[in-house]
Design a protein around this ligand. Structure first.
Ligand code: NAP
Ligand code: GLV
Length: 306
């Protein structure tokens, strides 16, 4: 079996060494233009020339959950695209979202400012019933986040393409139920894949439908959010604040208003990182299953776009 590795922004050596350890009989190498034809690829944001030169690939394994960068390319029709299916990401996402939510609802920023000023003062506890949390996307990550938030006894709602039933989560589905979902939500968490249907879904119209004093946590993709619409709704007071991990341009450009906005918290696309050993174990297990002719989870549906 020949495996080629082509991942932007990723130090290749530890991945190549770990893949060789896991599959000692395989020929594992770093892709370069003109490299020999491979059976499988491990990829992150490869250039178009990569697929142009490797038309025989049986599958390309993306070392992330989101496949929007891959779907922007022309991929050979018979090459299956396989995304990471959790591989240690959902627990990180649950930590991140619960932290952002609780930091906001327990007013920890205000307490920190008070105690730094050596001011021992209490705030009236906020009622969690007043902070219904709506999760856009109830897939691998969104479902774990919704369940984690429900553990803290917030009202939890979720929205997905297909109808779902989840204990402790009021589920909505399809475009026709989005309005109802938004009107019942105050803290909005975005965990949708980026597709033509979801691009710009966080805009003036949808964010205005959230309950007043809304809070946005965007951990999916920057192109879900119309940035100037968020700024306008922060100015109007309808949105109280936001925690943003992803941006239309990454790294966030110098001078971008999000860097210094007093009610926006910025993190550098770090809410759920790819964990090398978990990811390699998953990818190797799937390559072996494919070689045995067995089905694998996480194959991208090119029509749905995720
Ligand atoms: P997933 O398992 O594919 O889940 C996607 C969810 O979105 C599903 O519930 C799906 O509905 C729903 N959905 C898709 N299109 C929809 C539409 N048009 N209307 C309503 N619902 C729709 O994906 P995942 O593994 O949870 O990952 C979600 C996204 O998180 C990734 O695509 C990636 O962009 C982002 N991500 C970000 C980071 C980070 O560090 N910031 C890390 C990992 C992932 P169905 O259930 O009905 O199919
Ligand atoms: C990261 O953003 C991912 O899609 O895994």
């Amino acid at each position: 079996m020949r495996i080629t590795f082509c991942c932007a922004d990723t130090k290749p050596e530890p991945w190549l060494a770990a893949l060789r350890r896991a599959l000692p009989q395989a020929d594992v190498s770093l892709w370069h233009s003109g490299a020999p034809a491979a059976d499988y690829a491990v990829v992150w944001a490869p250039p178009q020339v990569f697929f142009d030169e490797q038309p025989q690939l049986k599958a390309a394994f993306n070392i992330g959950a989101g496949v929007d960068a891959l779907l922007a390319l022309k991929v050979p029709a018979h090459t299956r695209l396989v995304r990471l299916d959790d591989a240690g990401m959902s627990v990180q996402m649950a930590e991140y979202v619960c932290h952002a939510l609780i930091r906001h609802t327990r007013e920890f920023d205000a307490y920190e400012a008070d105690t730094r000023a050596q001011n021992w003062s209490f705030r009236k506890p906020l009622d969690r019933a007043d902070f219904p949390v709506g999760v856009l996307g109830l897939g691998v990550l969104g479902a774990r986040v919704a369940q984690a938030v429900a553990q803290f006894e917030f009202p939890v709602l979720g929205w997905s393409r297909s109808a779902k039933h989840m204990a402790g989560v009021q589920c909505f589905s399809g475009a026709q139920e989005l309005k109802q979902f938004l009107s019942k939500t105050r803290v909005l968490v975005n965990l949708l894949p980026l597709t033509p249907e979801t691009e710009n879904i966080l805009n003036r119209d949808t964010l205005s439908q959230l309950q007043s004093g809304a809070y946005l946590i965007n951990v999916a993709r920057g192109r879900h959010l119309v940035e100037e619409d968020l700024l306008a709704l922060l100015d109007s007071g309808h949105v109280a604040g936001a925690t943003l991990d992803v941006f239309r341009t990454e790294p966030l450009p110098a001078g971008h208003p999000f860097w210094t906005h007093p009610r926006i918290t910025v993190t550098p696309h770090t809410s759920a990182r790819t964990l090398r050993s978990e990811s390699i174990a998953q990818i190797v297990g799937k390559m072996q299953a494919m070689e045995r002719g067995e089905p694998v989870a996480g194959v991208v549906d090119l029509v749905r776009g995720y």
